[in-house]
Design a protein around this ligand. Structure first.
Ligand code: NAG
Ligand code: NAG
Ligand code: NAG
Ligand code: NAG
Ligand code: NAG
Ligand code: NAG
Ligand code: NAG
Ligand code: NAG
Length: 372
């Protein structure tokens, strides 16, 4: 109840509420002196100058303005750095070349900044007038070396075969403190998954096993409080496929896996599949009960006048010589008199193994040729 009442007076009294906060929270006098700092944490770079801005204001007439800076490191006594009354500065002689203040401006300049300067800086302002007014602020200072450009190392550098091999990407950074590593794939953060894991500090990305989905532009982003740097993009080599094997032709009518060609026409077939490295293709023709390789390469030309049979079964076989995987596509070419079309009525599939380059899947076709 008491808190609710406070919150209400807090929001209702816009003008004088700052004094109320001091009264209620700090249980101190409403001083009329206010010391503010834009940020309670300042990140500095080693070897450079660091400026700690401080603003203060008061309403009473003042004779003396005193500013005192203290430095406090964990587990040590606070140290006096320098102080001023009006415009005259009294430094601690030990640090006189390092800290500068230009009163009545209370801001402090530290130059050069060293790792040992890391800690809390306390500024206290005293106003001597009708009594003494005091206020202070604390600023936490961290000191870091900027990050240098990271380098990504890939293991194995030759790449990895899909579902078999693993990849390890290591982010190497020469300079910088308090490094935080992040991995990006196509400029988006990489997350852990069933196949992706990170080392303790995230400096190493491990993919086991790799899949085609892991292909992408990878980079390592390294940050610290004062800087961030991204490595060059690397594209690890992932061998995959063949996938999505298809046979197409420049002309002729395709119904299912059946191409109908008018007699006298030559028809060019091309076979394609997604694979890395590119597939080697071979074409196989089945005549009676025998099969034989008729051509290597992605294209096959069939001149219909040279075909003695009306219906011939072919097969395109794609082979990836790195993944060791193969795929095959069966199709049938029917030579028809001009104006005739083949209509598939039913497809029957028998699977049988042969000692040919590809394992064979025999496609039995039921259909009829209808002429107009
Ligand atoms: C500081 O300045 C005020 C007004 O200018 C003056 O009255 C006072 O004596 C000065 N104090 C010192 C220590 O110089
Ligand atoms: C204090 O000095 C710094 C630089 O010397 C300046 O940027 C800043 O505006 C000054 N602050 C006030 C309150 O005059
Ligand atoms: C000094 O402070 C007293 C009590 O806080 C007040 O009564 C008096 O008017 C003040 N004098 C001046 C000159 O502000
Ligand atoms: C890939 O990683 C898995 C699991 O970490 C491991 O069992 C396998 O031997 C690794 N394969 C290679 C080729 O290094
Ligand atoms: C490592 O990266 C993961 C995922 O990006 C993140 O959740 C985690 O906080 C990071 N760990 C460290 C130590 O940076
Ligand atoms: C990867 O980078 C290359 C070259 O910068 C670009 O052509 C390609 O589209 C990028 N790939 C992705 C998936 O962003
Ligand atoms: C694998 O096939 C590619 C072409 O796709 C060829 O350049 C390479 O020499 C072949 N490698 C082996 C080991 O046969
Ligand atoms: C083809 O082989 C099947 C069984 O493998 C056999 O029944 C059929 O008679 C053979 N046809 C020819 C033309 O040799």
């Amino acid at each position: 109840m008491g808190q609710d009442a406070f919150m209400e007076s807090f929001s209702n009294t816009v003008g004088g509420f700052q004094c109320k906060i001091y009264l209620l929270l700090l249980a101190g006098a409403c001083s009329g002196l206010k010391v503010t700092v834009p940020s309670h944490t300042v990140h500095g770079i080693r070897g450079q100058a660091l400026y700690l801005p401080v603003h203060y204001g008061f309403h009473t007439p003042a004779s003396d303005i005193q500013i005192i800076w203290l430095f406090e490191r964990l587990h040590t006594m606070p140290k006096y750095l320098l102080g001023s009354v009006n415009k005259s500065v009294v430094p601690d002689l030990e640090y006189q070349h390092k800290f500068t203040m230009m009163p009545p401006n209370a801001s402090l300049l530290i130059n050069p900044l060293q790792f040992t300067d890391e800690g809390n800086y306390i500024v206290k302002v005293n106003i001597q007038g009708n009594g003494t007014l005091s206020a202070s602020q604390k600023i936490q200072v961290t000191v870091d070396d900027p990050v240098t450009k990271p380098l990504v190392q890939t293991q194995p550098s030759s790449g990895a075969v899909e579902y078999v091999g693993n990849l390890t990407l290591t982010c190497l950074v020469e300079g910088g403190t308090r490094l935080v590593y992040q991995w990006l794939k196509n400029e988006r953060p990489v997350h852990t998954s069933s196949t992706t894991s990170f080392s303790l500090q995230n400096s190493t990305l491990h993919i086991a096993p790799v899949t085609k989905e892991d292909i992408g532009n990878y980079s390592c982003l390294v940050k610290n409080p004062v800087s961030e740097m991204e490595s060059d993009i690397i594209m690890p080599t992932i061998y995959y496929g063949p996938y999505g094997l298809r046979v197409n032709s420049d002309k002729g009518l395709k119904v299912g896996e059946v191409f109908t060609v008018d007699i006298g026409e030559a028809i060019l077939f091309y076979c394609s599949a997604d694979s890395y490295p590119p597939n080697t293709y071979s074409w196989i023709r089945r005549t009676d009960n025998t099969t034989y390789v008729i051509k290597h390469g992605p294209h096959l030309e069939v001149a219909s006048e040279k075909v003695t049979q009306k219906t011939t079964d072919y097969m395109c076989c794609a082979y990836n010589n790195v993944t060791g995987r193969r795929d095959e596509a069966h199709f049938t070419v029917i030579i028809t008199s001009i104006g005739c079309k083949f209509h598939v009525l039913r497809q029957r599939i028998n699977v049988e193994r042969r000692d040919s380059e590809c394992s064979r899947e025999e496609v039995g076709l039921r259909g009829k040729i209808i002429c107009s």
